[in-house]
Design a binder for this molecule. Structure first.
Ligand code: URA
Length: 449
């Protein structure tokens, strides 16, 4: 039997076979299929087969746009007025707390910032989990409350709601178990359907590449950046993409409360250079896309100004208060949950740091309970790491490399983690690495910018 469906204009079997044989699918075929997946008239096994066919045969620009469109309208959509409503998205990394820094910077510079962020799964942490380390901070506003908050306060931060692009949730779960996650058109449609539904008028994309990133190679990161820009253009949205390095943790802190503390330190102009620089670059891009400045360079200058004069820190304080959080954390870090025990890891030899494996630090946080193995897992905000060194830095024997934050019952786990850090995660060599990886590889904008 070819079809399980009745009253069909198309046949799921024929569409799967068409893509399997390398032919281009039409816009109505793609939309019909995704509608069927959303209303459950097309079963998961047929969607899984189509996903594999797309994974192997690919989708061109038009097919990717049709898939994005179909997923975008599978749920509710928001619309904000004004060129100054700009969103930012990161493909995720370890220690990536840039959202807490760039959103207040952009806001203080006059950008309207609607941030809909994700939770962590696996080795990459989630913005929503991190901000929930602040007591009382409400990330579960309804779409109506979110829209009102952005219109009134010019900034809000919420978690992904089930109302936005429900087809993506379903399809992503199938991709996860059918080895079809790392397909450029599927990633593009997944990210863009959510971002377009959120209603911003311009989007800054931070595409991470390297050992701790989703896109391991720069070639793939470039291909994803282009596909995202092409799709944004088709939907008349301005987009600036930045490909940035994720071969070592960003900043020093990895773990929920620790990352909030580090973000506040950056906003107080005391933070590590890498996370400060990247946040300023991304915020500068948001300011530029909002047409507050004429160039990205001028946007960066403006971003530095509001960071330096403390306006960005005040924006962050306002955001916490307006979403019901304890704003006093900004001045008193002891109000954040932090594990009671710390253990220092010291260098066993002198030399230069040649590599710091990124993914493993993310995994260690999960092992200590600070991240999720399964979607329903509860998070321990207080555990994590401060990595005191970065690649290329000189170390003396016995110098402090890492501080581990852990709970009373985790002493054995911590001993194992310490051994791994010293044996595998942080490598020290006698000579300085010849070439250090840049923080930012490429910056490109689409034709609408
Ligand atoms: N992030 C998403 O939202 N979707 C993907 O497919 C990959 C990363």
């Amino acid at each position: 039997m070819k079809n399980l469906e009745t009253n069909l204009k198309f046949s799921a079997y024929d569409i799967i076979a068409k893509k399997r044989d390398g032919h281009k699918l039409t816009d109505p075929e793609i939309k019909w299929f995704i509608t069927g997946v959303t209303n459950k008239s097309i079963p998961d096994y047929q969607m899984s087969a189509l996903l594999m066919a797309i994974y192997i045969r690919g989708f061109d620009k038009a097919e990717t746009a049709s898939l994005t469109d179909a997923m975008l309208y599978s749920g509710s959509t928001l619309k904000f007025e004004g060129v100054d409503v700009i969103d930012k998205h990161s493909t995720g990394g370890v220690g990536d707390k840039a959202s807490f820094i760039l959103a207040p910077i952009a806001h203080a510079a006059g950008v309207k910032v609607p941030m809909m962020a994700g939770r962590g799964l696996g080795h990459t942490g989630g913005t929503v989990d991190k901000v929930e380390a602040i007591k009382g901070f409400r990330t579960s506003l309804t779409l109506k409350e979110f829209k009102e908050a952005v219109d009134k306060n010019r900034m809000a931060l919420i978690g992904q709601t089930g109302e936005i692009a429900p087809a993506d949730k379903k399809i992503y779960a199938l991709r996860d178990v059918t080895a079809t996650v790392d397909s450029i058109p599927l990633i593009t449609a997944s990210i863009m359907s959510k971002k377009l539904a959120e209603g911003a008028n311009g989007i800054v994309m931070d595409i991470k590449t390297g050992s701790g990133a989703f896109m391991k190679t720069r070639t793939n990161a470039k291909a994803l950046a282009k596909s995202l820009r092409d799709t944004a253009s088709r939907f008349d949205k301005k987009m600036l993409t930045m490909i940035t390095d994720m071969n070592q943790p960003l900043g020093e802190a990895v773990g929920n409360s620790l990352e909030i503390i580090e973000s506040i330190e950056v906003l107080k102009n005391n933070g590590p250079k890498d996370i400060t620089d990247i946040s300023v670059q991304l915020a500068g891009a948001m300011i530029y896309l909002a047409e507050i400045t004429k160039t990205h360079k001028a946007g960066i200058k403006k971003a530095k100004e509001v960071l330096k004069n403390g306006k960005a820190l005040e924006s962050f304080r306002d955001l916490i208060r307006l979403q019901g959080g304890d704003e006093k954390v900004v001045d008193d870090y002891s109000r954040l949950p932090l594990a009671k025990n710390t253990k220092e890891v010291y260098a066993l030899e002198a030399g230069y740091i040649s590599s710091i494996t990124c993914q493993e630090f993310g995994e260690h946080v999960v092992t200590l309970g600070g991240g999720r193995k399964k979607t329903e897992d509860k998070i321990d905000f207080g555990v994590g790491f401060v990595v005191h060194k970065c690649v290329g830095q000189r170390v003396k024997k016995g110098e402090k490399l890492v501080t581990i934050y852990f709970n009373d019952n985790q002493k054995t786990i911590v001993e194992d983690i310490e051994t791994e850090i010293l044996k595998k995660n942080i490598k020290i060599k006698a000579t300085k690495p010849k070439v250090l990886k840049p923080l930012i590889y490429d910056i490109d904008e689409n034709s609408l910018c």
